[in-house]
Design a protein around this ligand. Structure first.
Ligand code: SF4
Length: 400
């Protein structure tokens, strides 16, 4: 049985042909360089490109970390001011039809499954609002009869009544479904590929809708084509050898920015955390390399929002806030709901690391001269009627 699934994963992986705009191969050598001259050239470049990016994530750049940090901080302040945008995740349901090895919600984990009803969603949103948040990220597991598209759309509708910015991190949708979510008031979609390496992707995403590598890859473009304003990309650091994945993430970001130039693309840097299932990272990424990756992204893509979640420790987050990172979550729970009743925050999708309350985190930001921003967007700009018209046009295009 095991051999059969291994064979199936391998066959699926070998059938994948990465599109030209994603393939990291031409830059792998530069990303392994030990020549400091290449790093000096990247740091001196006025408009760094992917060759410079590859040099900045190479071993040769490690002695330049402080210089990279100073440049990253300067660019972050130039493009985002002395601010850090804050958001909070709200898990709506932990039902899931997929089997990702690293996830506490995978369908083979033995746990009671729950989802929030309307009144519970309203209560959670009111609690988040009272904590100061105007932006929330709604999350579910993969598409499931208990938490399907209609459930998600309705939750977005409820959240858009209370929050100025509603984002979702959920299963891959069709373009017309993204258009429908946009019409309901969703502005942003986070959809990590997790790894761009098919040989790792298939055995790690063992079954369910997420097993479809190419469908997942097409998701962010479908969201933007459907009228969603910004998408968030990321790889789950620890799953696969990081350098090819980071190069592909950079290429995916630049490809979407070029193709959907009116839209926004943000990048996150999640690392695998302890979870029910005890999956341990096969390719762990240490703090120093993670910082190097973040600095390289900021230097080469100065105006792209870079996001860091509470997966990371308070110490790491305090150190890197404003030095590349421009957006952070805080007071997060990875359990379904739990804010209103102040339930035990442990035992969710994965364990978080920075457990500080909002006040303590904001104090730490201010001590660094940074201003926490709870409201970065006004709902008045998310004119649901106007989005309705745009979404209807997309739906008509798709139907045709
Ligand atoms: S990562 Fe998402 S899709 Fe995968 S098992 Fe967890 S909840 Fe389901």
């Amino acid at each position: 049985m095991k051999k059969t699934s291994e064979k199936r994963h391998l066959e699926r992986a070998q059938a994948i042909c990465l599109p030209d705009w994603l393939d990291p191969a031409p830059w792998l050598d530069a990303a392994q360089t030990t020549q400091s001259a290449r790093v000096e050239a990247a740091l001196a470049s006025e408009s760094p490109d992917i060759t410079d990016f590859a040099a900045l994530i190479s071993p040769a750049a490690q002695p330049y970390l402080e210089r990279m940090a100073r440049r990253a901080q300067h660019l972050t302040r130039r493009h985002f001011g002395n601010t850090i945008s804050l958001y909070v995740p709200l898990y709506l349901a932990d039902h899931c039809s997929s089997g990702c090895s690293y996830c506490g919600f995978a369908s083979d984990r033995e746990r009671p499954r729950v989802k929030l009803g309307d009144e519970e969603i309203r209560r959670e949103l009111a609690t988040l609002k009272s904590m100061g948040f105007d932006e929330t990220l709604l999350l579910t597991g993969d598409r499931h009869r208990e938490a399907d598209f209609n459930y998600l759309r309705h939750a977005v509708d409820l959240a858009a009544d209370d929050m100025d910015l509603v984002a979702v991190e959920t299963f891959t949708l069709k373009e017309e479904e993204y258009a429908d979510l946009s019409r309901a008031g969703c502005s942003s979609v986070t959809l990590y590929q997790e790894t761009y390496n098919p040989l790792v992707y298939f055995p790690t995403h063992r079954w369910g809708p997420k097993y479809d590598f190419m469908r997942r890859l097409a998701g962010p473009a479908a969201a933007l084509a459907g009228g969603i304003r910004t998408v968030g990309l990321g790889v789950l650091l620890g799953l696969a050898p990081p350098v090819p994945d980071i190069l592909s993430l950079f290429r995916h970001t630049t490809h979407l920015r070029k193709t959907y130039w009116k839209s926004g693309v943000a990048v996150s840097f999640p690392r695998i955390r302890p979870q029910l299932g005890d999956y341990a990272p096969a390719h762990p990424v240490g703090d120093s390399f993670l910082a190097q990756i973040i600095f390289a992204f900021r230097i080469c893509l100065p105006d792209v929002p870079l996001v860091l979640s509470t997966r990371e420790s308070a110490r790491f987050r305090d150190g890197i806030a404003g030095v590349g990172i421009s957006k952070m979550s805080i007071a997060s729970r990875t359990t379904v709901g739990g804010y209103a009743e102040n339930q035990d925050p442990h035992g969710g999708q994965f364990e978080i690391s920075d457990e500080r309350p909002v006040d303590a985190f904001c104090d730490a930001l201010r001590a660094k001269g940074l201003e926490p921003v709870f409201k970065n967007w006004d709902a008045v700009y998310t004119d649901r009627e106007e989005r309705c018209d745009e979404a209807a046009q997309v739906a008509r295009r798709v139907d045709a």
